[in-house]
Design a protein around this ligand. Structure first.
Ligand SMILES: C[S@@+](CC[C@H](N)C(=O)[O-])C[C@H]1O[C@@H](n2cnc3c(N)ncnc32)[C@H](O)[C@@H]1O
Length: 555
């Protein structure tokens, strides 16, 4: 604004100067004409000049005045403008203020509205949330109901299906018993039975075929039922630390309902129910007992370790049987507790410590190589690695996972380990072979292999617990002494399935190849074959005697 004002004043001044000059020029012209006409004197001329000066002065004054006026005017204008502007600004300010006030009022109203709304908002949101939650819950409930209905229906169908399957199983078993096969052949019925048993109990076909060749149909069903039922919990009292009566009393005080396992053991207790975790009582932690299935007492009892003997436990971890051997030896003599698994040996160390075993040396060899490490043990226990077909109730995954090839693989390793265990034993010493499997390939077949390859015989275990070992299976026939071996079945003994046999070592070394071939896995025998077998056995014994005489002479 001030620049514009300055420009305007300059322009006005220039116009005023121009106007004054024009006026002067007009006068001069007029004067000149007077000179020409009247020829005036120098005084006049001087007066004229003075007059002109005066006029000039006056003009300049006038001009100044005008300028001043103009400036004043301009200033006035400016002032007016300014005033106007100020007024306008004031007005604007006023307007603005008014507007602002209006706005403020509006804003206030809005704010008030918002505050009210804000106050109401959480309530609203809460309400909405609650409604939404209710809707979701209702939907979920509906879904659950429909799931439940579906599940119930499935269960009903499944149950009806399974009931139908079980009905059919029972009918087939009855038909086989009565030899009334109807329009089917016996083989067809057996095939159908196996298929239904797999469906009902959840086994793979391979395993079911193996079991169905071991048991008659009705017994097979009893065996499968027992595998689906839990076995009673049993503990073994550690007589290195306490006595059975004492421990029983303490546990009863803790709220444990118990009883003795049976007449055949003085250290077993069966636990019916307990208010405390049996694997975490102060008595357990201080090694007064071992949680152990009753059937696994049996191989140690059959081994019958004596004080001050040298014993090898070839596959010992986690030490259930080693600690029992130490207890029977009252920590005398020495036990070599070997296992190929370093990981499992950690548990073995822990158990030896907990149970207070002090006569044990732990080694970590492949049992098959142990004869190269040490020999001449008084007794050797081989509690062999196996498929676990006797402990399906503890590990039902076995039903679907284990196949015939697993059984045969284990059988192969067991044969090698048993020969090795025999080789580690002194002549006249005792070897106990055991597994927690009921399969024939892991038991009788392995023992027969040992009979065929080493100078050993099966002897009585001295225990009444268990069914006799099998004398034949499928196309295999076993040595008549195989009935001295013992089989524990879950459906018969209400214990984990188990196998144990006691061998006496007659002599060192392998049996000669020609003798071995003829006695290996005998087939169905005619009178002639039986006669030949007797001759071969005589030969075998003679051979053993000869070898032992030679060794005695050498010594
Ligand atoms: C049935 S468990 C032994 C259980 C043990 N006797 C007890 O009562 O606590 C079989 C053991 O054999 C071991 N084993 C497997 N192969 C072996 C081998 N070639 N030599 C030695 N031990 C082996 C396994 O690591 C396993 O600990």
């Amino acid at each position: 604004m001030s620049n514009k004002k300055a420009q305007f004043s300059k322009h006005t001044l220039q116009l005023a100067q121009k106007y004054a000059q024009q006026l002067m020029q007009n006068d001069v012209i007029e004067l000149k004409s007077d000179d020409d006409k009247d020829i005036k004197s120098e005084d006049e001329q001087l007066n004229l000049e003075e007059d002109q000066d005066e006029q000039q002065e006056q003009l300049e004054e006038q001009q100044d005045d005008e300028n001043n006026d103009m400036n004043d005017e301009e200033d006035q204008d400016d002032q007016d403008d300014q005033d106007d502007q100020d007024n306008q600004e004031d007005q604007d300010d006023q307007d603005n203020q008014d507007n602002q006030e209006d706005l403020d009022d509006e804003q206030n109203e809005e704010d008030e509205q918002e505050i009210v709304e804000e106050k109401e908002e959480p309530k609203k949101q809460k309400k909405i949330k609650k409604q939404q939650q209710q809707e979701v819950e209702e939907q979920q409930e509906e879904q659950m109901e429909s799931f439940q209905q579906e599940e119930d229906l499935n269960d009903q169908l499944f149950e009806t299906d399974l009931n139908a399957v079980m009905n059919r199983i029972n009918k087939i078993i009855e038909a086989l018993k009565q030899k009334d096969y109807g329009k089917y052949s016996r083989e067809e019925l057996l095939n159908e039975l196996r298929k239904h048993l797999c469906t009902y109990y959840g086994y793979n076909q391979d395993l079911m075929s193996h079991f169905s060749s071991m048991f008659k149909p009705a017994e097979l069903v009893a065996f499968l039922d027992a595998n689906d039922a839990p076995r009673p919990i049993t503990i073994r009292v550690n007589t290195l630390r306490t006595r059975r009566k004492e421990l029983a009393q303490t546990l009863v005080q803790r709220g444990v309902n118990l009883d003795s396992v049976g007449d055949w053991t003085k250290v077993g207790l069966v636990i019916y129910e307990s208010k405390v975790p049996i694997g975490a009582t102060p008595e357990y932690l201080s090694g007064h007992y071992m949680l152990q299935s009753a059937s696994s007492f049996l191989p140690v009892l059959a081994l019958a370790p004596q004080m001050n003997e040298r014993i090898l436990d070839m596959a010992a971890a986690p030490g259930g049987k080693t600690t029992y051997i130490a207890q029977l030896m009252k920590n005398s003599g020495v036990i070599f507790a070997n296992d190929t698994s370093k990981d499992r040996e950690k548990a073995l160390f822990y158990n030896l410590q907990r149970m207070g075993v002090t006569n044990c040396i732990v080694t970590n060899y492949d049992g098959r190589k142990f004869p190269k490490v040490m020999k001449n043990f008084d007794r050797v226990l081989l509690d062999a690695p196996c498929t676990g077909l006797g402990i399906i109730s503890k590990d039902p995954s076995i039903k679907a996972q284990k196949q015939m090839r697993d059984i045969l693989k284990h059988s192969h390793l067991q044969k090698e380990l048993l020969l090795s265990a025999i080789d580690c034993c002194k002549k006249g010493g005792i070897i106990v072979y055991s597994t927690c499997s009921v399969s024939v390939h892991e038991n009788e077949v392995v023992l027969q292999y040992a009979l065929n390859n080493r100078h050993v015989k099966i002897i009585d275990t001295g225990l009444q617990v268990g069914n006799p070992g099998l004398l034949k299976f499928e196309d295999k026939k076993f040595h008549s002494s195989m009935n001295l071996a013992k089989r524990i079945y879950p459906h018969v003994h209400n214990m984990d399935g188990f196998f144990y046999a006691k061998l006496k070592k007659i002599n060192h070394g392998p049996i000669k190849e020609e003798i071995k071939k003829d006695v290996q896995e005998p087939q169905v025998m005619t009178k002639k074959m039986k006669k030949k077998q007797k001759q071969l056995e005589k030969l075998r014994l003679g051979e053993a005697r000869k070898q032992s005489q030679q060794q005695q002479q050498q010594q």
